[in-house]
Each structure stands twice: as C-alpha cells, then as structure tokens.
Design a protein around this ligand. Structure first.
Ligand SMILES: [Zn+2]
Length: 308
C-alpha cells in the first residue's frame, strides 16, 4: 500500500518516522521535578520516556526535501540497548511507503547535528561511510557545524563525526548562515537555545503554514510550559525566549506545528490560554483526511522484499 501525503497549500508534506526510542525522562525536562513531569509522560523502570524520531518529507513542486534523518543504523549494540532502538533502515522504509527512494531526495535539511537527528545521514558500506541520500545536498548551519566538529566535554557524546565528516569529504554539505530560503515555499528559521544555531523549518503556501520545530520544542508540553526546558539545551534561557516567540507566531499564523519527539501529539495547533500561555490542541485530521505518521512498521514487508 502506498501511503499518502498531506498538502500545505501547494506543498506536499508527510511525517516519516525513523522509529521510536526511549530517552532519559529527567534530561528531557531539566529542572522540572519528576512528580510533575511523570504525570504528563510516564517513565519506564529505567526512568526513560518514549521519544519519537519523526522526520519530515517535503515535495515543493518537484524539489524533494527530507528534514532530519533520525538515529540511522550505525549505533552499536550497547547504544541500541540504552536507547531501546529496534530495526534497521527505518526512515528509508517509511520513505519507501511513499514510493520515495534515497536517490529521489534533492536536499536534506538538518535542524542540528545531535545524533538522534542526523545519524541517518551516512551509512557504512563496504567498510566506508557514505551518504545515505546519494544525490542530496545536506544543508547545515555554519555555527552548528563548527560546534559539532569541535565539541566540548558536554556535547561530545552526541556530536558524532561519523554522521557529518563523510559528507564534508564527499563535498555534499551546503553551509548556511541564518534564515535561508530552501525552495519556493520552504524556509529555515533560526530557533536558538537547544544549540546556538538550531534551526526549524517553515512551509508557507497559499495562506497555510506548517512549522517543523525540531528540538526548539520537542514535545507539545514544552510549548505549553515555557519553563520546561530540557537539560540538553546549551542555552536554557534562550530556549525559553525562543519558545515564547514561537508560541506567539503559532497563535498568530494558526500554523500546523510538528513536534518531532512527541509520541502522543505529533501535530498540533496553539491556542491562547490563561496568563499569556498557550494550549496545544492535537490535530489528527487535515482537510478531512487523517494525518498519517508513516512508520517503519507500515513498510516492513515492502522493505524485506527490497532487501531480498
Ligand atoms: Zn533530539
């Protein structure tokens, strides 16, 4: 079965999953005490919470774009156990559900270079690391790339050279600075805080808007509670101001909001609530059609055929 995309104005869009992992609940909510956050998301026995690895597929009048590439297939058995990550070729399987092959992708936009967002950039083939999307140009913010190449003690566990150095060697990287137009209806927008030059992706066409927030707002609850800032963020107070700005923008534009790590609310809209806050209303349908989160399990049989 070929899965379906949705349309934001003239732009075809689909949420394509690299699967689900489990990540530390405390790290996801920073200073927030566990008795508060566990009421919203229940942790497992290892204090981990379910974490979606959702990526975005965009077809803007023939320009085919993927935003973020998930964890990919290069983690060793120990890391896979820690993240509770199963299966291989997950994002590629989801894309195959849409009839999209890796060679069809023109551009990969990376919100930032943490391992759960760009692990699927490269793959080990015949003992070499090569680009997963063989024709694509990978768009990365200049400062993000610099910080990934020269990590510090706090960031080195997630900035893995194997995810981006091979792309530089293959001359596949387009280095960008600030907000940049990618295609007719797609733009990047700096959303600082999680990393210094973290970027979100905005699709605007025919009066409609969608924002793929990345880790600027990983889950819907992070937009509703501005003080719920993940411990991962390198500039927590900037994160809070970024979220305040995004919340205002989301209310004004009525944009569809894509929450990359939220397993319960992958898509929502912001409405004004008390005390200057916003409330996120889940969006399950768009223009009368259910919004699909295309996951690797949807395409297991298809993938098995392809691999065979
Ligand atoms: Zn992340």
């Amino acid at each position: 079965m070929v899965a379906t995309t949705m349309k934001i104005g003239d732009v075809e869009v689909a949420l394509v999953s690299d699967g689900t992992c489990w990540s530390d609940g405390g790290a996801s909510f920073g200073l927030v005490p566990k008795p508060l956050w566990e009421r919203v998301i229940a942790p497992d026995a290892r204090n981990r919470i379910p974490t979606a690895l959702t990526c975005l597929y965009i077809n803007d009048q023939g320009t085919r774009i993927v935003v973020d590439t998930g964890f990919g297939d290069k983690l060793d058995a120990r890391a896979r156990d820690i993240w509770n990550l199963h299966g291989e070729r997950r994002l590629l399987t989801s894309l195959a559900c849409l009839g999209i092959r890796p060679e069809d992708i023109d551009i990969v936009i990376l919100t930032h270079l943490h391992g759960d967002h760009c692990g699927g950039n490269t793959i080990r083939r015949d003992g070499r690391l090569v680009a997963v999307f063989p024709r694509a140009e990978y768009w990365i913010q200049r400062r993000e790339l610099a910080e990934a190449i020269y990590p510090n003690e706090r960031t080195q566990a997630t900035y893995l050279a194997e995810n981006f150095i091979p792309l530089l060697e293959e001359r596949r990287v387009r280095i960008i600075s600030g907000d940049v137009r990618v295609s007719r209806h797609v733009e990047t927008m700096i959303t600082r805080g999680h990393t210094h030059d973290h970027q979100s992706v905005v699709i605007a066409s025919d009066g409609e808007m969608g924002i793929f927030l990345g880790d600027a707002v990983a889950r819907a609850i992070n937009l509703e509670r501005l003080a719920w800032v993940p411990a991962f963020d390198v500039e927590p107070l900037e994160s809070m101001e970024t979220k305040r700005r995004l919340a205002r923008l989301a209310v004004e534009t009525k944009a569809l909001l894509f929450f990359q790590h939220d397993t319960a609310i992958p898509v929502g809209r912001a409405e004004p609530a008390d005390a200057g806050r916003v409330r996120v209303v889940p969006v399950r349908e768009y223009k009368g059609e259910p919004i699909a989160l295309i996951s690797p399990s949807d395409g297991m049989d298809r993938n098995r055929e392809e691999v065979a």
